[in-house]
Design a protein around this ligand. Structure first.
Ligand SMILES: C[S@@+](CC[C@H](N)C(=O)[O-])C[C@H]1O[C@@H](n2cnc3c(N)ncnc32)[C@H](O)[C@@H]1O
Length: 212
C-alpha cells in the first residue's frame, strides 16, 4: 500500500489522543520487560567518563499521550540503574527524539508538553477583569491585562532559563536577543506596538465581516 496513514490528530472524540487506551495498556504490560532489559543490558559505565547524555527515540510515537508515558518509563528505569551503581551523583541528561510519519500531527504532540509558553489563561476568562476582548495583545490594554502578560512572561522565562542552565557547560556563554521596553515608554507608540494595533484592527475587521 502506498502513502502513509497516521493516527487521527487533534483532541476530538475520534482522535488517537482520546482513543488509545488499548495501546496504553500494552505499554503497561511491557513495562516490566523494559525495566528488566534496561537493568540487565543498558551499559551505563561509560557514561561517567565521556558524557552523561542518553538519547532515546520513539519510532512511531504518534500524537501522545502514550509516548510521554513510554519515554518516562525508560528514563526512570535508566536512572534507577545508573544511581544504583553509584557511578556518580551527577544528573543524567536525556534527549528524546519523537519519530513518526511526516503527516503525523506533531503539533498536538508538542502542544501537550508542559513547558511551552502560552497566552495567559486569565485573558480567556470572560468574567475576569483581564478578559482581553477584541485584542490580540497587551498593546493599549488595561493594567490588569499587562500584569497577566508580565506574570506569564516571568513564568515562561524562568522555565526557559532553568532548561538552558542545564544545557550550558560550565564556562559557556548564552546570548539572549530579546525585545524590551523602558518603564516610561508607552508600548502602543513603539514600532512593534503599532504593528500589533494594525494586525489587530485587520483581524477584527475580518471577524466582524464574518459575523455580520
Ligand atoms: C498504533 S500507533 C502507536 C503509537 C504510540 N507508539 C502508542 O503507543 O500510542 C503506531 C504509530 O506508528 C506510526 N508508524 C507506522 N509506520 C511508521 C513508519 N514507517 N515510520 C514512522 N512511523 C510509523 C504510525 O503513524 C502510528 O502513529
Amino acid at each position: 500500500m502506498s502513502g502513509s496513514f497516521p493516527m487521527n490528530g487533534g483532541n476530538g472524540i475520534y482522535s488517537y489522543t482520546k482513543n488509545s487506551e488499548f495501546q496504553r495498556e500494552a505499554l503497561n504490560t511491557i513495562k516490566e520487560m523494559i525495566d528488566m532489559a534496561i537493568a540487565e543490558k543498558l551499559d551505563v559505565k561509560h557514561l561517567t567518563s565521556t558524557s552523561r547524555s542518553i538519547h532515546l527515540a520513539d519510532l512511531g510515537c504518534s500524537v501522545g499521550p502514550n509516548t510521554f508515558i513510554a519515554m518516562q518509563n525508560v528514563i526512570a528505569a535508566a536512572e534507577k540503574k545508573y544511581y544504583a551503581k553509584s557511578l556518580s551523583s551527577e544528573k543524567l541528561e536525556f534527549q528524546v527524539f519523537f519519530n513518526d510519519h511526516i503527516s503525523n500531527d506533531f503539533n498536538t504532540l508538542f502542544a501537550a508538553l508542559p513547558w511551552l509558553s502560552k497566552v495567559p489563561e486569565k485573558l480567556l476568562d470572560k468574567n475576569s477583569p483581564t478578559w482581553n476582548k477584541g485584542k490580540i495583545h497587551y498593546t493599549g490594554a488595561s493594567g490588569e491585562v499587562m500584569k497577566a502578560y508580565a506574570a506569564q512572561f516571568e513564568s515562561d522565562m524562568e522555565n526557559f532559563l532553568e532548561a538552558r542552565a542545564k544545557e550550558v557547560v560550565v564556562g559557556g556563554v548564552m546570548v539572549l536577543a530579546i525585545q524590551s521596553l523602558l518603564d516610561d515608554v508607552d508600548q502602543s507608540k513603539t514600532p512593534s506596538g503599532l504593528m500589533f494595533k494594525f494586525v489587530e484592527a485587520g483581524l477584527m475587521d475580518m471577524v466582524n465581516a464574518v459575523s455580520q
